[in-house]
Every structure is written in structure tokens, then in C-alpha cells.
Design a protein around this ligand. Structure first.
Ligand code: UD1
Ligand code: UDP
Length: 362
């Protein structure tokens, strides 16, 4: 083997996906390094996750911070190019669909370093989402494509990716969820937030929901409609803070806006919720495993398996209050299906394929 495996993380959803892969490769004795781009930073969006998930401190932090798409992607690319020249990794592993993912795949591919994409093949077929562009480009450049669900495998096949590169391995984010289940304490969450009866958790950060004044205003109206029925706990992603505040989010006492939570505290709160309102990708998956009804405020999802094999439903802002009312009337499901291979073994499967790939090149 010529060099270590280099993992690249950038944003909050990358961390629970990377943790089980690093752990499984470690147990196989594969040398590895971790680079954080700095796309997300600070205690709430970065440090708390590394601590709680037992991730090693990054060997390298590019510290790129926030910026426009082009500026952020370019900063990651120029920083990473120097690192790759020095580290000379045998493989670069990228996660999910954020700007850090595509930036790293581009740099590695141009330097002839093979790329592995964890969570390959998801498609919303909505080109207005920056994540859809990031996913398509990353998959095109990847040598190893790790899929979380059969629909993702089918999309990659339809796009002409050779079958030998595609590996259906399950979902490493769910490995992390299952490994930490005992830490998700709904009683502690209720006590911390003084919650007596039923409540809803909301998390919202998609540009289509929070960036424009009209969209933010429609979202706030919908959340106020929910808050008229049941308290809404809203750990607010920094992206929407200003626009949602301007749109009057804080005007209803039933909407309890708090800072983003750590992974353990967030999922403790979610575990006890009557329903979750979200536009997050990962939260659609986590609620599916926890059996918490999930109302996704989006016209589409790249994770349809959470609808066919989970608790997720797509809703409009206009219908949200009625859908929450239905959830409250129906109660939490007693049984529900979960997607195939979401069993806690994805990290080990990914590590096994990577090990074989590296052995084949040495
Ligand atoms: C990014 C991802 C999105 C993912 C989300 C997860 C892209 C294009 N988008 O969106 O796919 O769902 O992360 O959370 O990669 N900010 C802070 N502190 C931080 C990070 C961001 O205050 O630690 C603020 C800044 O004002 C920044 C804004 O949030 O401009 C947006 O951050 P950015 O990383 O560009 O995109 P996200 O909306 O976080
Ligand atoms: N999450 C968290 N605290 C919060 C909100 C979310 O720990 O206040 C976790 C969530 O459980 C999941 C991940 O962040 O593991 C999802 O990240 P996010 O919603 O930011 O990104 P997406 O999945 O939409 O790309």
C-alpha cells in the first residue's frame, strides 16, 4: 500500500457517517488520516460531534469557514491539493453531498488518487439543490461507490457506473445511531427543556425553505400553525437564524428556538417527540429507525426508502399543521418496516471493501 487512507469531513452530517468507517478500518489495521475542511466549525456544529462520536481530532483542519459555493469549494480544493501532494494517500474517502465532498473528489481525481464515496447514488432529481450537483459530480469521479439503499444502486446503474464499483453496504449513519441508542435519553431531554406533555421537534436549514423572505415567511406561518397545537422545539441551524427571525419566528411562544444541539442531546429529544418536522437528509433516516413520525417539508426526497420502509412523509408548508394534527391523533407507530442492511454493520462492510481494494493495488 502506498499511503494512508485519507478521510475528508466538512459538515455536521458527515461526522456520524465517518465515525464507523474510521473505527472499522482501524480494527483492520489500515493506516488512516482525517482531514476536516472547516466548512462547519465551532463547538455546536463541529467540536461536540467529534467528542460525542469518539472521532479522533483531525490530523489536518483546513479551516476554510463559510463562503459562497465557489469560494468555499475553491478554498477546500486549493488547501487539499497541497495536502494530497504531501500525504500521498492510497485512497480519499468522502461522505454525503456537501461542498467539502465534491471539492475533495475533484482534487483527488485530478491528482490520480482513487476516491471512495460513502452514500453514493442518492438522487432527488432536483437540480436546484446544491447537494444534487455535489452528488452527481462526486459519483462520476468515484472508484468505489458505497450505497445505502437499493434505489441508489439502481440510479448508479442507470447512469452507467460499472456494477463492479457499486457496493450496497447499508447505512453507516445508522451504525452510529444504533451504537449510541442507550445514550439517547428522552427523560433527560424533557427535564432539560421543561417539557411535560407531547411535543414536536423541528430542524430546518434547506435554502429553499429558509433563504428567501417569502419562503421563510411561509415556513414561519406553518410552524406557528403547529405551535398552536403542541410545543415545537426548534434547535436552529445557523443558516436560517436571521431570515426566520425577520419572518417572525420568535413571535409565537409555542415555538421554542434553541441553539443547535449535540448529537446525543438532539436524538434524545427526537426519541421522545410525537413527530419531527424537518428538511434534513439525515434526520429522515434517523426518525425512520427510531419509529418517530417524520414530516419532511420538501417536494422530493433523495431518500425514498424512508417513505417505503420508514416513518417519513413529504408535506407542504400549507398542509403541515393538518399533518401534525393527524400524527397527534394517530400516535406513534407500534411497528414499522426499516430498510434492508440498516443493521449497524455498514462501517465493517465498507472497511472490508476498502481493504480488498487496497490489497488489489499493492
Ligand atoms: C451545508 C450543506 C448541506 C447540509 C448542511 C448540514 C452544502 C452546499 N450544503 O449547508 O447540504 O445539509 O450543511 O448542516 O455543502 N454557519 C455557521 N456556522 C457553521 C457553519 C455555517 O454559522 O459552523 C452559517 C454561515 O453563515 C454560513 C451558513 O451557515 O454562511 C451556511 O453554511 P454552509 O456550510 O455554506 O451551508 P449549510 O447551510 O450549513
Ligand atoms: N443534528 C444534531 N443536532 C441538531 C440537528 C441535527 O446533532 O441540532 C444531527 C442529526 O441527528 C443528524 C445530523 O445532525 O445526525 C444531520 O445533519 P443536518 O440535518 O445538518 O444535515 P443533512 O443531513 O440535512 O445534510
Amino acid at each position: 500500500m502506498s499511503g494512508p487512507v485519507l478521510h475528508v469531513t466538512g459538515a455536521r452530517p458527515n461526522f456520524p457517517k465517518a465515525a464507523p468507517v474510521l473505527r472499522a478500518l482501524d480494527s483492520l489495521g489500515v493506516p488512516q488520516r482525517l482531514l476536516h475542511t472547516g466548512q462547519h466549525y465551532g463547538e455546536q456544529m463541529f467540536e461536540v460531534f467529534f467528542r460525542q462520536l469518539g472521532l479522533p481530532a483531525p490530523d489536518i483542519n483546513l479551516g476554510v469557514g463559510s463562503g459562497t459555493h465557489a469560494r468555499q469549494t475553491a478554498a477546500i480544493m486549493t488547501g487539499l491539493e497541497d495536502v494530497l501532494a504531501e500525504v500521498r494517500p492510497a485512497l480519499v474517502v468522502v461522505y454525503g453531498d456537501v461542498n467539502s465532498t465534491v471539492a475533495a473528489a475533484l482534487v483527488a481525481a485530478k491528482l490520480g488518487v482513487p476516491v471512495a464515496h460513502v452514500e453514493a447514488g442518492l438522487r432527488s432529481f432536483d437540480p436546484s439543490m446544491p447537494e444534487e450537483v455535489n452528488r452527481m459530480v462526486t459519483d462520476r469521479l468515484s472508484d468505489l461507490l458505497f450505497a445505502t439503499s437499493p434505489d441508489a444502486v439502481a440510479h448508479l446503474g442507470n447512469e452507467g457506473v460499472p456494477a463492479g464499483r457499486i457496493h450496497l453496504v447499508g447505512n453507516p449513519m445508522i451504525d452510529t445511531l444504533l451504537a449510541n441508542l442507550d445514550r439517547f435519553d428522552e427523560t433527560a431531554a424533557r427535564a432539560a427543556h421543561h417539557l411535560g406533555g407531547r411535543y414536536v421537534v423541528a430542524t430546518l436549514h434547506r435554502p429553499a425553505n429558509v433563504d428567501g423572505a417569502g419562503d421563510a415567511s411561509a415556513l414561519v406561518k406553518a410552524l406557528h400553525g403547529v405551535a398552536a397545537q403542541v410545543p415545537v422545539m426548534l434547535p436552529l441551524h445557523p443558516r436560517g437564524r436571521d431570515s426566520l427571525q425577520r419572518a417572525g419566528l420568535f413571535d409565537h411562544p409555542g415555538v421554542r428556538v434553541i441553539d443547535p444541539l449535540g448529537y446525543v442531546e438532539f436524538l434524545g429529544l427526537v426519541r421522545g417527540a410525537a413527530a419531527v418536522v424537518t428538511d434534513s437528509g439525515g434526520v429522515q433516516e434517523e426518525t425512520t429507525m427510531l419509529g418517530v413520525p417524520c414530516l419532511t417539508i420538501r417536494p422530493n426526497t433523495e431518500r425514498p426508502v424512508t417513505i417505503t420502509h420508514g416513518t417519513n412523509r413529504l408535506v407542504t408548508r400549507e398542509r403541515l399543521a393538518d399533518e401534525v394534527e393527524r400524527c397527534l391523533a394517530a400516535g406513534r407507530p407500534q411497528t414499522w418496516p426499516t430498510p434492508p442492511l440498516w443493521d449497524g454493520g455498514a462501517g465493517a462492510r465498507i472497511a472490508g471493501v476498502i481493504r480488498q481494494f487496497l490489497d488489489g493495488r499493492s
